[in-house]
Design a protein around this ligand. Structure first.
Ligand SMILES: [Zn+2]
Length: 418
């Protein structure tokens, strides 16, 4: 969205150049909203001009319904250089200097622009499409009404998605492929990059090419199979049931990157389960279980010498605005002692948890494959569950996490999410 530059509109108004110029609104004096009492107690009083103001009607093309805007909102969203720094993309204005008595003196609308002269002499110009896409109806409500566009899959349908792996050579030489990588991760939950030389250096270069590595308690670029640096089951060679990582972090890492750079042994088949697909199945099979696991907070923890991570949350976490499923937190091994419900409700709790665990372990839901040297796999840790069969022999698995915030920032930059 382009940033509006401040421009004076008075000469245009006085010379009558503007088309569709509307009659100026009456100057509306606004009374003081807040008062202090007993020194530090700030109280708010309802003020009819502030709480039930005369909204400005902005006429939109192709609809008879005007865009209705509060004068205070408009003044707070002025994008002139005095009010907004378009280099840092941050506001310059102090909310306490936003006068309660501010009012629109005159306004006019021309093409895609709305011009306002304020009662204190300040002048603002707004792009009308920008106003539309940043108000309640255009953004918040649109987000609530947005349909789900993700493609969920099971162990059979995953093979029908037609996802050709991306080659290492293409990744390293073609900037356009980066957007495709982000699109696939958002749409399907994973992406594979093949023909990557199985070295530490090449793996690290692939990882850094896509997004910045996250630094966690496990380091930035981790390695399992050559050491037991962290007291986690993932560092051993036993069976690992399907799970998501970091349920004990305040914000679980968003993405996992794996590269098995060396394997000389038997076993070790990997599997992924689309947690969003399992969520749909559970919702259909037992809606009360889905509702319960979306509501009841469970604590998870990770403890090693000098560290004790803990976080609370439900298994299904929904977006606060769209209410769509946003994250699955499912790791039965990292559960803390169950303290979030009274003992009388424990039976129901385990019944629902087992229903969910049964769906997660259903063979039909598993996408099975072998992580072999040369294939880098990026997995959405907020959506997919990952697991592994036990193995005998030598195995070196390298990888890292991308933080959710970092990965989604890039996805937004590429226009994949809003
Ligand atoms: Zn301004």
């Amino acid at each position: 969205m382009s940033i509006l530059k401040f421009k004076s509109i008075l000469p245009k108004l006085s010379s009558g150049i503007l088309r569709n110029t509307l009659l100026p609104t009456k100057i509306v004096p606004l009374k003081i909203l807040c008062k202090y009492s007993s020194g530090s107690n700030l109280q708010t009083q309802e003020n009819e001009h502030y709480d039930r103001p005369k909204l400005l009607n902005v006429h939109l093309p192709n609809t008879s319904e005007p865009l209705k805007l509060h004068p205070i909102w408009l003044r707070d969203h002025c994008r002139c250089p005095e009010c907004y720094n378009d280099v840092t993309c941050q506001r310059n204005n102090d909310i306490l200097k936003l006068s309660d008595q501010i009012a629109i003196s005159t306004y006019s609308q021309s093409d895609d622009l709305l011009h306002i002269c304020w009662s204190d002499g300040h002048k603002s110009s707004y792009s009308i499409p920008w106003l539309v896409s940043n108000t309640y109806d255009g953004k918040y409500k649109a987000l609530q009404e947005e349909t789900d566009r993700l493609t969920t899959w099971d162990g059979t349908t995953v093979n029908l998605l037609g996802l050709e792996p991306i080659s290492h050579q293409r990744l390293m030489s073609d900037d356009k492929i980066l957007r495709e990588i982000y699109r696939r991760v958002i749409q399907y939950g994973f992406v594979k990059i093949e023909q990557v030389p199985p070295t530490k250096l090449d793996t690290s270069a692939v990882i850094e090419r896509i997004c910045r590595m996250s630094h966690t308690v496990f380091g930035k670029f981790w390695e399992t199979g050559t050491n037991f640096d962290h007291k986690d089951t993932g560092y051993l060679n036993g069976y690992l049931e399907a799970h998501t990582d970091n349920t004990y972090f305040t914000e679980a890492q968003g993405l996992l990157v794996f590269h098995c750079t060396h394997f000389d042994g038997t076993g070790c088949e990997s599997f992924l389960v689309d947690g969003f697909h399992v969520a749909k199945q559970l919702k259909q099979l037992d809606p009360s279980a889905y509702g319960y696991l979306s509501k009841v907070n469970m604590e998870s923890e990770y403890i090693e010498p000098g560290e004790h991570f803990s976080s609370w949350g439900p298994i299904f976490r929904h977006h606060p605005v769209s209410h769509k499923l946003e994250q699955i937190r499912f790791n039965m091994l990292d559960r803390s002692p169950l303290s979030s419900i009274p003992q009388e409700e424990v039976g129901t709790h385990y019944r629902y948890l087992k229903t969910m665990a049964t769906l997660v372990k259903k063979k039909e839901n598993e996408y099975r494959f072998r992580l072999s040297p040369g294939t880098v796999m990026i997995i959405d840790n907020w959506r997919l569950l990952h697991g592994r069969e036990s193995y005998q022999g030598e195995r070196v698995l390298r990888g890292c996490y991308y933080s959710r915030s970092d990965f989604m920032s890039k996805a937004r930059h590429y226009g994949i999410i809003s």
